[in-house]
Design a protein around this ligand. Structure first.
Ligand SMILES: Nc1nc2c(ncn2[C@@H]2O[C@H](COP(=O)(O)OP(=O)(O)OP(=O)(O)O)[C@@H](O)[C@H]2O)c(=O)[nH]1
Ligand SMILES: [Mg+2]
Length: 360
């Protein structure tokens, strides 16, 4: 797992992508009521919210907190025909090719003052337009490479497997089926191609604040994207939260039945969609969160800090976060028998606070 998770934001023009980007990154990208307000991509890195870090920093009397990070990239809106050069979108798809995840923003708010690029505003159709453009862009990049790879495959069985998987994807794309909606298919050999329609996708429905606690409205929208995770955010409401202090923001959110802000909701969903989790290291020098894949073993987790830690792994001293906080110090936790020594086969748990022992 890379140390910094990258997420690309796509959607039609004027649906609230840059508004959402600004909320997520506390940024100042231009968000304006006309299509193609965004031309140059905006990129911003944020800390993954994690209250445990502050608690541990107090415990260890350190001021240095290093959270896990996520980088969001907001590009120009896509329109039908983008892959053939319509609008501005297609040339900017390159900026999200290397991301691990795509966030697809769909307009589901009703505000007649905000123009929709299409007179007939319909979330189902809007989603299809964007997915079609992602698929067409992928068809182009596949067709650029396929004949060369087919030649190589004649003498190289490894490339043969790659070609088989590419052709399978190509068939689905021809049928208008997003390959990332097919969890049972194996496309693991072609992740290097960075196909957009193969990347995991989360739908963000930008809804009216009054609909945030309306299940019937949400169920309607969820049905449109049954094979994908989706979240509901009111970009307008979240934008209002930005000027408020923490307790006022919380109160305003709660008045709409919400317990978490958009950043929390989206990052949690991104982690669960990608099968990621974090573990913590803590000491007087610094307190830090590290991102790993769920199911990683202790040596793999050590490898995220440094490759040598994985190679020279001896053992991991592990204490559960809550046990550590309840004990008040590592020493006390140890005295209570809460600190375990785990070996190479140990599978990391989300609340582990870890110290690795290794040989270099
Ligand atoms: N009523 C309402 N307006 C919103 C909401 N979110 C965004 N807007 C408005 O919609 C307009 C477009 O927002 P942007 O964030 O610039 O949209 P975008 O998707 O980045 O647009 P492009 O960069 O042109 O593709 C702005 O005037 C926003 O204030 C919302 O939840 N409700
Ligand atoms: Mg924009």
């Amino acid at each position: 797992m890379s140390k910094n998770l990258e997420i690309g934001i796509v959607g039609l023009p004027n649906v609230g992508k840059s508004t959402l980007f600004n909320i997520l990154t506390d940024g100042n990208a231009l968000a304006a009521n006309y299509p193609f307000a965004t031309i140059e991509p905006n990129s911003g890195t944020v800390a993954v919210p994690d209250e445990r870090l502050r608690v541990l920093a107090d415990l260890y009397k350190t001021n240095k907190i290093i959270p896990a990070t996520v980088t969001f990239t907001d590009i120009a809106g896509l329109v039908a025909g983008a892959s053939k050069g319509e609008g501005l979108g297609n040339q900017f798809l390159g900026h999200i090719r290397s991301t691990a995840l795509i966030v697809h923003v769909v307009r589901a708010f009703s505000d007649s003052n905000i123009q929709h690029v299409d007179e007939d505003h319909n979330p189902k159709k809007d989603i299809e337009v964007i997915n079609t453009e992602l698929m067409l862009a992928d068809i182009q990049s596949i067709d650029k490479r396929l004949s060369k790879l087919e030649k190589e495959a004649r003498s190289d069985p490894k490339v043969r497997v790659i070609v088989e998987q590419i052709k399978k994807v190509r068939d689905y794309l021809d049928q208008g089926i997003m390959p990332n909606s097919l969890p049972d298919e194996d496309f693991s050999e072609i992740t290097d191609l960075q196909l957009l329609s193969l990347k995991p996708q989360i739908f963000v429905f930008n809804i009216d604040e009054k609909d945030l606690d309306k299940d019937s409205k949400k169920q309607e929208l969820i049905k449109l994207v049954a094979n994908y995770p989706s979240v509901f955010i009111s970009a307008k409401l979240e934008n209002e939260l930005r000027g408020l202090d923490e307790s006022d923001a919380k109160e305003l959110l709660e008045s709409y039945g919400q317990t978490e802000n958009g950043l929390n909701i989206l990052i949690k969903m991104a982690y669960s969609t990608l099968g990621l989790q974090s573990y913590l290291t803590a000491g007087e020098k610094e307190v830090r969160a590290w991102t790993i894949n769920s199911g990683d073993t202790a040596p793999q987790a050590a490898g995220v800090i440094h490759g040598d830690f994985e190679k020279g792994f001896i053992a991991a001293e592990i204490v559960n976060y809550t046990d550590l906080v309840n004990a008040g110090s590592m020493q006390a936790a140890r005295a209570n028998g809460k600190v375990r020594t785990e070996g190479k086969a140990y599978v990391m748990k989300p609340d582990d606070v870890v110290e690795f022992r290794f040989n270099v």
